[in-house]
Design a protein around this ligand. Sequence first.
Ligand code: DQA
Length: 160
Amino acid sequence: MVNTEDSENLAAKSLLLINGPNLNMVGLREPDIYGSKTLDGIVDELKEHAAIRGFNLVATQSNSEGALVDAIQKSRDSVSFILLNAGAYSHSSIAIRDALLAVAIPFIELHISNVYSRESFRHRSLIADLAQGVIVGFGAHSYSLALEAAIHYLEDIRSD
Ligand code: DQA
């Protein structure tokens, strides 16, 4: 049986990666913008990277807004940080914004592409102002940069 202290320690070491709509197509989709690595490949590497740094990373992807809201809500007591590429919903979803406000878990908004060098509708984010920070435009490497930033954030608050 896991006691309360153990489960708090587990939560403190648990990171959740959430990918939104169409990110399951990365690797096939517009490779000039999103690169040739598949999402599975990116996630596998990120899990290894997290494990080397002593963290457990769980990953989920959905094309549906409600499922993304569910994933955020469910993480409330079990996750210490969220890495979030909400895809197109970053630019439009009040429901995802509200879920992030409801759980109050620190998170990073990340994007593979530099959304600011693309169409103007991608320049608006409904979640960036709630995030600890935003990482955009580094291709698949945006994920590992976000992971390192999350770990630094968690190590900083632990040592305070
Ligand atoms: C994206 C950028 C979004 O504008 C787009 O809708 C995506 C992918 C990125 O990772 O670059 O689906 O989030």
